[in-house]
Every structure is written in C-alpha cells, then in structure tokens.
Design a protein around this ligand. Structure first.
Ligand SMILES: Nc1ncnc2c1ncn2[C@@H]1O[C@H](COP(=O)(O)OP(=O)(O)O)[C@@H](O)[C@H]1O
Ligand SMILES: [Mg+2]
Length: 296
C-alpha cells in the first residue's frame, strides 16, 4: 500500500477542494491498479509536487526503470501526454504509456536528485530554461489543445471586476498596466506549443541529455507567455531585467511582445489571487514594475 505524502494531500485539498480530497482518498487504489496493470514494482521513495504523486518503478517484464505519475485529470493535465508525445523525448521526458480516462502516465525515469533547482548560479539556470523553451516552443500545436487566445480573452473580461477589488493603488496600478499590455496583443495570441510551467523544479537531468523538461501544462500560444516561471523562481528583483533580456535573446523574441505576454501572465496569477480572496502576490507585482519601468 502506498502512503500518500501529507504535503500533497494538503495541496490538493487547498487547490481542488472536494475533488482534491476524493483524488487523494482514491490514490492508493489507483496506484495499486496501475502497478498491476502495467506490471510495475515500486523501487524507491514516492515523490510529489503540488499536483501529482510520482512513484519510481521498475517493469517486472523487462526491468525498465520508469516513473508512474498519478494526478487529477483536469483541463491542465489533459494536455500533458499530448505535448509529451509531440516532443517525443526531444528536450522533454519521454512518455512510455498513458491512460486517458484517469490521466495516469508512465514516464521515462530521469534523475530526481539532479534538478535544475540545485544548480547554484541562477543565470546558468535561466539560460538552461531558455534553451529548453527555444526548442519546445518551436513546435506548432495540434488542434484541440487549450488556446492562449481563449484564456486571454476571458482574463480581460474578468479583469475590471477583479481590479476593482484591489484597494491598494500601488497594487492596482501595475495590474492595470498588465491588462493594458494584454489588450494590445490579445488579437495575436500565437500558436506555438507552450509548456506553461517551466520553473527550475520542472527540469531534471538524465544520462541521455543534460536537462529535460517534465510536467507541462500545455497550451497553444505565444512563447512570451512561457517566460514568467523563470523570472519568479529564485526571485530576485534586481535580476528580473537581466533574466528577461537573456531569455528573449535566446528565444529570439520581440521584446515588446514578450513583455506584453509576460505581463499577461502576471495578470493571470493576480486574477487567481484576487478571486480567491487574497492580495496579489507582491513578488509578481514587482516583476511587472521592473518590466514596465521607464517604458510608459
Ligand atoms: N520522469 C521522472 N523521473 C524521475 N522523477 C520524476 C519524474 N517526473 C517527476 N519526478 C519527480 O516527481 C516530482 C513531481 O512531479 P511533477 O511532474 O513535477 O508533478 P507536479 O505537477 O506535482 O509538480 C518532481 O518534482 C520530481 O522530483
Ligand atoms: Mg512539477
């Protein structure tokens, strides 16, 4: 029987309420089911993020090392196998098997002890992410994927009401700038395959490649919408501009457009904060300020 890590149970209850609690309650049975169905034995300590339980496993058929990823099927996780199949191991983890109805994935085993988070130089880490993104987002997206155009249009509909709830003008102003920037580009949302969540905890090493992406929450859109995680992880206000300039260079992005989509990404986060009854996260607002400084 699998022990579900407490932190995962808490994160799921917080993020998904009743559905999250039901997913956690069913996890041991779900894990047992796939271990048997796909002929796997657990050979290490369970791992997790905020969404998934990941079991290191070995195939009893051929001894292959793999990782069994169990997660709640929702609009974000539905696209994960689709994107991994398109990337086919190029700059991303390989998908070995997939169960559509539950969203369960069997992944190539990477080395969780070598995570990009552990690379001490933040600039080196940002460049690794930028190089991965340059290749990952070079691919056009198949029909049926979630589209940034739809998401962005809905954000602009939600923004007026949400911003009205922000009492502090020092917080409201950068968010109004974000909404204005998004309005400029919303009609050209792009069609590349985006990862959406490429922070340095979602980059692992393997023997076949120095760094590979895991855990995409993919959508079709402009690569500028993919820069934010590397600006926010290991947050350092004084480094925001360096990172943004370095990433736009590596990805050969138009800076004005990439800035607009990064501001849109900050608006996306702020809308979640505000609609949850929280204040917009100060670090995110600071990123918006740093990117708009001297440009109005
Ligand atoms: N293919 C893999 N090989 C080895 N470890 C993995 C693999 N995929 C995920 N992990 C480990 O499991 C953790 C959670 O997986 P992840 O896909 O990032 O889920 P979450 O959506 O919960 O963040 C990762 O941080 C990593 O430590
Ligand atoms: Mg993750």
């Amino acid at each position: 029987m699998i022990d579900v890590p407490h932190a995962l149970a808490t994160a799921q209850a917080e993020a998904n309420g009743e559905a999250g609690r039901a997913f956690i309650a069913a996890l041991p049975t779900l894990a047992a089911h796939f271990l048997e169905r796909w002929n796997l034995t657990v050979d290490g300590t369970p791992m997790h993020g905020r969404c998934a339980l990941v079991l290191p496993v070995t195939s009893t058929m051929d001894g292959t090392c793999a990782a069994l990823k169990l997660q709640l099927l929702d609009e974000e996780s539905t696209g994960e196998p689709v994107a991994l199949r398109i990337w086919a191991g190029e700059r991303a983890v390989r998908l070995l098997r997939h169960d559509g109805p539950t969203g369960t994935l069997l992944l190539e085993r990477l080395d969780p002890a070598r995570m990009l988070t552990h690379v001490p130089d933040p600039h080196e880490a940002v460049l690794v992410i930028a190089r991965l993104l340059a290749d990952l987002t070079a691919v056009p997206t198949p029909a049926g994927m979630r589209r940034l155009g739809d998401i962005a249009a809905r954000m602009l509909e939600r923004a007026p009401q949400a911003l009205a709830r922000v009492e502090d003008p020092a917080a409201r102003r950068p968010l109004a700038d974000c909404a204005a920037a998004l309005r400029e580009v919303v009609d050209e949302p792009g069609d590349r395959l985006l990862h959406w969540d490429l922070h340095d905890g979602n980059v692992l090493a393997a023997d076949r490649a120095p760094w590979l992406a895991i855990d995409p929450k993919p959508l079709a859109g402009d690569p500028g919408f993919d820069l934010w995680p590397a600006l926010a992880n290991r947050f350092d206000a004084a480094d925001v501009r360096w990172r943004f300039d370095a990433m736009t260079d590596v990805l050969s992005l138009d800076r004005a457009r990439a800035r607009a989509w990064t501001l849109a990404r900050i608006l996306q986060n702020a809308l979640w904060d505000i609609e949850n009854g929280d204040r917009p996260t100060a670090q995110h607002l600071e990123i918006a300020r740093r990117l708009t400084e001297g440009r109005t």
